[in-house]
Every structure is written in C-alpha cells, then in structure tokens.
Write a protein that binds this ligand. Structure first.
Ligand SMILES: [Zn+2]
Ligand SMILES: [Zn+2]
Length: 427
C-alpha cells in the first residue's frame, strides 16, 4: 500500500469520526450518568463489550482481572504491527458537581468504606467513549487496516480496594494480551488544558506512586488514665509533622509528595484506642526518589512510634511505575499528533505527580501516553488560565471536574491516527 492510501484512509476515518461524534457523545453521557467504582465496572464493561460486538470487532475478551475488556480488530491488509489503544473505565467516590444535565446521582452502598457518591471526576467516561468511537470507525475500514488494533478497556485505574487486586498490572498478569505481541501502546488522559490541545513530555510525564499504610499499635486504655496504656495518637501527630521534613532530605530539584489522606481510629472520646491506621500516598518522578522516600517514611514512622512506646507497621502497596515517554517514541508519534491538532496545539507540559498505571502497558510494549485538553482555558504567557465567561479550570478528581463534549472527536482522531501511522510503519 502506498503513502497515498494511508492519507486517503486517514481522511476517510476523519470523515467518519465527524459523522459518528453525536453517537459517541451520547455514549459518554450514558457512561457519565452511570459511573462505577474501581473493580465494580460491571455495567460499564457490558456496555463496552456489547458495543464492540455490534461494531464487528473479531475477538472480544471479557472478565479480565475483574471487568477488563479487550477487543481485537484484525485488519484486512498484511502488516506485523499490533497497536494497543488503552482506556480506563472506573469512576471515583466523589460527588458529581459538574452541573451538566447528565450528571451522576449514583451512590455505591456496598463499597468498602462507603457508602460513597460516585462520579466520573477523572473523565474516564470520555476515555471509554473515545476508544469506542475509534474502534467503530476502524472497524468500518477494517479491510484497509494493515495489522492489528487491540483496544484495552481497563478497570481499577484509580486503585482497587485494599484487599483486592486490579488495574493494568492485574490485566497483564491475567493474560489480557496473550498471543498478541503488541508493538506499541497508546493512550491519553483528559486534563484541564485548553480544549483540543495535546500535551506530550519527553521523559517522565506522570509520576511513580505507591499507597502507604502505617499502623501505629499501642495499648487500649480509659481516656482518664493514659499512663496505664500506650496512646498511639501522639505518634500519629509526630509522623504527620515529620513528613514535612522528608522533602528536606531529598534533592529539592526532584519532585516528591507524601500525603496522608485518611485515618482509621478505633478509640472514642473516653477510650484511647489500641491502634490508628494512617493511609496515604507517595509520588515522585523517579524510582530512586521513591525508594528513598519510602525508606524515610518507614524510619520516621517506626522511630516516632518507638519514641511514644508504641510500634509501627509500615507497608507500601499498589506500586505504579512512572509513565516514561522515551524520546524515540515521542519522535515517532509527533507527526501523527501534529496532523490531528496542528503544530501549535502540541505542547510540552510540566511533569505531573498524578500517576497512571498505563505505564504498565507503555513499559511492556513501548509507546506514549499524552494529555488531551478539554476545558475552557487558554495559554497566557505560558500559563494555563481560564477563558473569560467559561467554566474555569477544574482539576481532575474535583467534584466539579468537567470535560467538553466537542473535544472528544479530537481524542478519537488521536487514537486512529496514531494507530494507523504505527501500523503503516510495520508493513
Ligand atoms: Zn484519576
Ligand atoms: Zn484518570
């Protein structure tokens, strides 16, 4: 096949993306109104699997590592490329204050720690709808595709409940892509950048992450006689204060955050509880800083507990590697990105301490992960600022997070262009 037929195919795909956009927006609204928490994406996965089957995807695999779905489209032309397009499907325990008429009113009564209001405050409804949109138009042109397109709809990107496994690593371990030998992985995340702009950083664009669980164990006693027991609470205070010093023990040029976001305490006003559990997260841009910070958190917790006569158990759970876009992969996709949005609309963002376990796919098969701007913002002097009269800058995970429907077609085109261009390079 010639370069001309690549250009023609992309033009035909683009036309179909435009025509199919209203359907995709309605899928997105449906998914947004019916969000499900990590490892509970049952209805979302059914919707995805049924949609893929109705499009004529050859091989739809379901129930992978929970509710993971993989749809394999084998193109009708010869080619050795196997491109993985990935979307995550899970929502968050966050109320929906986006103000849209398709807002979620869902509550999960049974989730550990709940009940929780549930919403797509990270925009995974957009990711799922965009990948379905891409698969639909690619299926319509399957006879002209040289190679294989593998759509991966991943559960539990936001982290499974503590006693469950889930997410990208679990999908790979469950053999989600067995026998497919992918040659590239690609995905994107909606972000509060200007609508339709694409962010791609050569290097670590998203952080390494782990969950921290620190259990301080003392001895339960009446609140009136603390000297007769061992109060774990002062150690908690010392650890929270001490975390502020961890930054000063690491190179200030290396980004790092340590946050404790949740405490479980078994005491009450007149009972000094036997233990307190602290839950948090460590984020860093490199594995070296992550290892140092973990060692420092452990030392701080164990030392603070010992100083108060207590004992600390420190665990680092659900590790996620950083998302590394290598310069070679950035080079190889840059033309596809600029063909979709124009040179002026591709920019290099600052790295973020948000994580994304898409890194498991990118690390395994190569490829890149990019950001897609979906909000009423623009650049002024290199800063992203709100457009006057717009809906403002609302970060992911905020109850009022929003994503503009108009940008979804751009996301679909990113999938289709990157996929077709990669497969073309493997003919
Ligand atoms: Zn998120
Ligand atoms: Zn997300």
């Amino acid at each position: 096949m010639t370069a001309d037929s690549r250009t023609q195919l992309l033009a035909d795909l683009d036309r179909r993306v435009a025509a199919t956009a209203p359907d995709m927006v309605s899928w997105r609204h449906h998914l947004h109104a019916h969000p499900e928490l990590s490892n509970r994406e049952e209805k979302t996965a059914s919707f995805v699997a049924e949609s893929l089957r109705s499009m004529g995807v050859d091989d739809v695999r379901t129930g992978i590592a929970g509710h993971g779905v993989v749809g394999v489209l084998r193109g009708g032309q010869a080619g050795d490329g196997v491109v993985v397009l990935r979307a995550d499907m899970d929502a968050l325990p966050v109320p929906d204050e986006s103000g849209v008429d398709f807002a979620s009113h869902a509550v999960d009564d049974t989730y550990p720690g709940g009940p929780f209001p549930v919403s797509h405050a990270c925009g995974h409804d957009c990711h799922t709808a965009m990948l379905l949109g891409a698969m639909r138009v690619l299926c319509e042109h399957a006879d002209r595709i040289p190679g294989t397109v593998v759509s991966v709809f991943q559960p539990a990107e936001e982290g499974a409940p503590i006693n469950e496994v889930g997410g990208a690593k679990a999908m790979l371990e469950a053999g989600a892509l067995k026998g497919l030998d992918p040659t590239m992985a690609f995905g994107m995340h909606v972000q509060p950048y200007p609508k339709g702009m694409v962010s791609i950083l050569s290097g670590n664009q998203f952080a390494a992450s782990c969950m921290v669980r620190i259990t301080i164990i003392g001895e339960q006693v009446h609140g009136s006689t603390p000297w007769q027991g061992l109060d774990p609470m002062p150690a908690v205070g010392a650890i929270l204060t001490g975390i502020g010093q961890i930054y000063r023990r690491n190179d200030a040029a290396d980004a790092l955050t340590v946050s404790i976001g949740h405490l479980d305490d078994v005491g009450r006003f007149n009972v000094i509880g036997r233990k307190v559990t602290m839950w948090g997260t460590i984020r860093s841009l490199t594995d070296t800083v992550m290892a140092q910070a973990q060692q420092q958190v452990r030392q701080l917790a164990e030392g603070s507990a010992a100083a108060m006569g207590c004992r600390a158990e420190v665990e680092f759970l659900q590790p996620v590697p950083a998302v590394t876009n290598t310069p070679e992969w950035v080079d190889s996709v840059s033309q596809s990105l600029t063909e979709v949005v124009g040179t002026d609309n591709v920019f290099e963002p600052a790295p973020t301490l948000g994580y994304d376990d898409v890194s498991e796919f990118v690390n395994a098969y190569g490829g890149v992960y990019v950001g897609l701007g979906v909000q009423d913002t623009h650049f002024v002097d290199g800063q992203v600022v709100p457009i006057e009269g717009g809906r403002g800058i609302v970060p992911n995970h905020h109850p009022a997070f929003y994503a503009d429907d108009e940008t979804l077609a751009t996301g679909v085109r990113l999938h289709t262009h990157v996929a077709v261009d990669h497969l073309w390079s493997h003919i």
